[in-house]
Design a protein around this ligand. Structure first.
Ligand SMILES: NC(=O)c1ccc[n+]([C@@H]2O[C@H](COP(=O)([O-])OP(=O)(O)OC[C@H]3O[C@@H](n4cnc5c(N)ncnc54)[C@H](O)[C@@H]3O)[C@@H](O)[C@H]2O)c1
Length: 335
């Protein structure tokens, strides 16, 4: 058995959702010494082992039988997998919520399940929509009272790029514009069903409910029409509210758009954030932070998510609970 986290320094980590991001998250964790992956849930079941889960066995169960709940000895099938896992695994220090936010109220509902359960620890999400983060803000005092430290918007965008904007803003006396442009390349859309549906929801004539209700065949037919490309602009993205909450600029100064190629792992363009402002000397300038083209969406979401999980655990240990965003806390590198 792994001794208590405070004695060993090892943090016990759970991943909720075992799709594209959840499986990548488990791979990101596997060489880490400071974190051990002990819990996972998907929509049909969960698996838990206090000494760590076997990534190959979990991936195989998910691929061949569509749920980690089928795993021998560590797996349990459940229609209420998140609530059941929370009860079965009280010593998990923190969870990465790699779950679809479909409907747009889902993540706030999951947060309420944690609040009601009596579990205390750290939650990290990679939420995208402004309105989803607004729902979590309404839970601020409940999270504090429950002893939960919740880090929201901690993926790539929002997340890494929002944090880069917050850092770059320090050169300026006034921020005029933050422009985020992302390029994502994935070999096949079915590896990231929720991500692609949530992106489709931003297209003209679509919304979250319409995209959520689409069958796989309908998604494939839409992608056939666009040659596998989703081009998105002026998206409702929580980078805006996060930078506003951090006191950096009004949300109207922030814009997010990008291109997703669902048929080619090569990025269609380089992901970047441009921060334009005026210095104290009156000069207008732009800082640009560009992600390396070789880094995948999964690397740029899961790396930051665990960096913020570590930062959240440090805050939680100091008795600091409640909701934080990626724009107000520095992620801590996980060794
Ligand atoms: N912020 C960012 O930069 C960023 C980037 C990419 C993706 N995302 C977000 O990450 C999320 C996950 O995306 P994905 O493509 O990996 O999803 P996916 O569809 O590949 O996987 C979703 C997983 O969640 C599980 N699940 C669904 N409902 C559940 C429930 N009620 N209880 C337990 N498990 C449940 C499914 O079984 C599956 O394992 C999406 O919301 C997406 O928007 C954020």
């Amino acid at each position: 058995m792994i001794a208590n986290e405070k004695q060993t320094g090892v943090m016990r980590v759970g991943v909720l959702g075992f799709g594209g991001l959840g499986q990548a998250a488990a791979k990101v964790l596997s060489p880490k010494q400071e974190m051990v992956w002990t819990a996972v849930a998907d929509h049909k079941g969960y698996a838990y082992h206090p000494e760590g889960l076997n990534i190959d066995a979990c991936t195989q169960a998910s691929r061949d039988r569509y749920s980690v709940g089928y795993l021998d000895s560590v797996g349990t099938l459940s229609n209420n997998s998140i609530a059941d896992l929370i009860q079965q695994a009280p010593e998990v220090d923190g969870y990465f919520l790699a779950l679809p936010n479909l409907p747009n109220t889902f993540m706030a509902d999951v947060a309420r399940q944690f609040i009601d359960s009596g579990w205390q620890g750290v939650l990290v999400d990679a939420l995208k929509r402004t309105s989803a983060v607004e729902q979590l803000l309404e839970l601020q005092s409940d999270l504090q009272a429950a002893g939960i430290t919740y880090m929201t918007g901690c993926g790539a965008t929002p997340g890494l790029l929002t944090a880069a904007a917050a850092l770059a803003a320090q050169s300026y006396a006034e921020i005029h514009q933050v422009k985020i442009t992302f390029g994502v390349g994935i070999a096949n859309w079915e590896a990231y069903r929720a991500t692609i549906r949530e992106d489709i929801a931003h297209m003209p004539d679509y919304d979250v409910e319409k995209a959520r209700a689409m069958s796989d065949a309908e998604v494939a037919a839409l992608l056939d029409k666009t040659n596998g490309i989703l081009a998105l602009e002026n998206m409702e993205h929580a980078d805006d509210i996060m930078l506003e909450l951090a006191g950096i600029c009004d949300r109207s100064c922030v814009s997010v758009g990008g291109v997703v190629d669902t048929r080619n792992p090569k990025k269609p363009l380089s992901t970047n954030v441009q921060i334009t402002g005026r210095t104290f000397e009156g000069k207008t300038s732009t800082h640009t932070f560009t992600l390396g083209d070789e880094t995948s969406m999964a690397a740029n979401v899961c790396g930051p998510a665990f960096g913020y999980l570590k930062a959240g655990i440090a805050l939680h240990r100091r008795g600091i609970n409640g909701l934080f965003t990626a724009a107000e806390v520095m992620p801590l590198f996980v060794r």
